[in-house]
Design a protein around this ligand. Structure first.
Ligand code: SF4
Ligand code: SF4
Ligand code: SF4
Length: 570
């Protein structure tokens, strides 16, 4: 099976939001990056919508569609009825104009396929002796097959409206027709290439992909788009499919208080109902289940960000415009049969000892240590420990543990540093004042924290660093009142609006340098004195030796002068 959702690793900031949002924990973290675990994923698209970095990318088949058009294929579009909830300023007639201008042979509504499916549901409601679960929603189908395999037999044995429409179109227009479904759903991309359903659909786009395509089209961007209002044979009731209660409405009278027929939307609600069904706590005749909140109008591939009531109202309005009440199909209803097979996700579980060992790696030795804060993306520390054991999570995803570890490391370094480390905010108010600072400047941290550093030292260089955001290094600063000579580094930290001042006490070093210098000068003076004395003796016998001795004296005195000059320069 091919991945539908991939992660762009460069964009993934390791925030664990996708892990948190995934209802079935199908996200694995490897080397700090999150990726979808294909076998576990039900393609609900929550991780795509939730990712703040847009790191999750949905497979885009737009190029395949463009190629089919460029090759002159007989391309027909099947548009999901939630289209009216996805685009505010574009009518169905205008969309038909645009797609035909791009080479489409025909543009129809998937609601035609929904009408065929609806007939099967109506008959199941009368005849089935088990609770039937609707299977228009591929996320629900995957959820049941993978996580409630015992309910697989309850899934209605009928294809989705998309597949039904694909088959109807190919029957009507020829098997060489290239059918493109456009809808709000990411899971439909996988359904479109499901081997069991092969041949009905050739490509699937989301409304987001359609939006991208239209924005490249000059007629959409610049012009007034005429309506192509070919009379539509689409039953109005089938247009209700993308809203909650819409599937039931298409084939039966439905009353909210009727416990025999249930409508459920939103993944958590679906899971609650399936849990109850699995435990035989309820036994309705029919369950209309849609994974997205509010139904398909809340699908992950919808560009319009209006609220659910607005989108719902648009679908209802569109449905009521239809003049068609009934459709007959050339295909026999058996053409829409579908067999569902359970694909249970089998997860091995660690032993209690293994869980405790993993918890201990993040400092959790007792129940009280388990904060269950959810920052790792899992709802409890134990759940995360199990995921670590299963290879889905990493030990260092525990944010409180990593934070306290980093803090204790940095505190250890700061507390034990021989350098004074002072942190001030942009107003020079002291935020940190380590023990070496206390010793150097004779102030206690408790008394100076939050007060102005200007009371202790001149802050003009720090203010300059704040203003220019420049790092200042190797600055020599003296504090004569404390007999202190220092070398300082100033580091502005723009993102935290702070400045770090690191001060090294070089008083002792300077004192030693001065003493060394003094010894050198004394040595040189001594040497000069000895030379002078020796020269005095030598002068007495100068007559015997001539001018050579005088030249030697001059040369030696020059040398002494040079040594003095060099040391003075130092
Ligand atoms: S698509 Fe849904 S099930 Fe799949 S990884 Fe994302 S959030 Fe989880
Ligand atoms: S509710 Fe509709 S859009 Fe959402 S996952 Fe199901 S079929 Fe797709
Ligand atoms: S304490 Fe750590 S492991 Fe526990 S839930 Fe929070 S982040 Fe996850």
């Amino acid at each position: 099976m091919k991945q539908v959702i991939t992660t762009q690793k460069v964009n993934c900031q390791d925030c664990h939001r996708c892990v948190r949002s995934c209802p079935v924990k199908a996200i694995g973290i490897d080397s700090g990056h999150a990726s979808v675990v294909l076998d576990k994923c039900i393609l609900c698209g929550k991780c795509v919508v939730e990712c703040p970095q847009q790191a999750k990318k949905v497979e885009n088949q737009l190029e395949i569609v463009k190629q089919a058009l460029a090759d002159g294929r007989k391309v027909v579009f099947s548009i999901a009825p939630s289209f009216v909830a996805a685009f505010k300023d574009l009518s169905f007639g205008q969309l038909r104009t645009l797609l035909k201008a791009m080479g489409a042979k025909a543009v129809e509504e998937t609601a035609v396929g929904a009408a065929a499916v609806s007939k099967v549901y109506a008959s199941l409601l009368e005849t089935a002796d088990y609770p039937v679960i609707s299977c228009c929603c591929p996320v629900v189908t995957r959820l049941v097959e993978k996580y409630y395999p015992n309910l697989t037999g309850n899934l209605a044995p009928v294809v989705s409206p998309m597949i039904a429409h694909g088959r109807i179109l190919k029957e009507k227009m020829g098997s060489d027709t290239f059918v493109v479904f456009i809808g709000p759903c990411i899971a439909k991309i996988a359904e479109g290439r499901d081997a069991d359903l092969a041949g009905a659909i050739d490509a699937v786009l989301t409304f987001d992909h359609l939006q991208q395509w239209l924005s490249e089209t000059p007629l959409y961007s610049n012009g007034i788009i005429p309506e192509d209002n070919v009379a539509l044979d689409t039953p109005g009731l089938s247009r209700f499919f993308p809203i909650t209660g819409g599937i039931l409405k298409s084939f039966t009278e439905h009353d909210e208080t009727d416990t025999n027929v249930i409508t459920v939307h939103g993944l958590q609600n679906c899971m609650d109902v399936f849990e109850c069904l699995s435990n035989w706590e309820i036994s309705p005749r029919f369950v209309e289940a849609l994974a997205c909140d509010g139904g398909c109008i809340g699908g992950p591939g919808i560009p319009l960000q209006s609220g659910t009531p607005v989108k719902r109202a648009r679908v209802v309005h569109f449905a009521r415009q239809s003049q068609c009440a009934h459709l007959d199909f050339a295909l026999d209803s058996s053409a829409f049969d579908r067999h569902h097979a359970a694909e249970p996700v089998i997860s091995l579980e660690p032993t209690e000892i293994e869980i405790r060992e993993i918890l201990a790696k993040t400092g959790k030795f007792t129940k009280a240590d388990e904060k269950n804060c959810g920052a790792c993306g899992y709802s409890s520390c134990r759940e995360k420990a199990v995921a670590v054991w299963q290879g889905l999570a990493e030990v260092d995803m525990c944010i409180p543990y990593m934070k306290s570890r980093a803090e204790s490391f940095s505190n250890m370094v700061i507390d034990n540093s021989l350098n004074a480390i002072i942190v001030v905010d942009e107003n020079m108010l002291i935020q940190e004042f380590n023990p070496a600072s206390e010793k150097m400047f004779g102030h206690q941290v408790d008394l100076v924290k939050g007060t102005s550093l200007a009371r202790i030292m001149d802050c003009s260089d720090l203010l300059y660093a704040v203003e220019t955001q420049q790092k200042l290094v190797a600055r020599r600063v003296e504090y004569p009142e404390r007999s202190l000579i220092t070398e300082q580094m100033i580091l502005p930290v723009r993102e935290h609006k702070m400045v770090i001042l690191i001060i090294t006490d070089i008083s002792e070093r300077e004192k030693q340098d001065q003493e060394l210098q003094k010894v050198k000068m004394e040595t040189i003076d001594k040497a000069a004195e000895i030379i002078n004395r020796q020269m005095h003796v030598a002068q007495e016998i100068a007559g015997l030796l001539g001018e050579t001795t005088g030249e030697t004296k001059a040369a030696l005195l020059d040398l002494v002068g040079l040594l003095k000059e060099r040391d003075t320069r130092k």
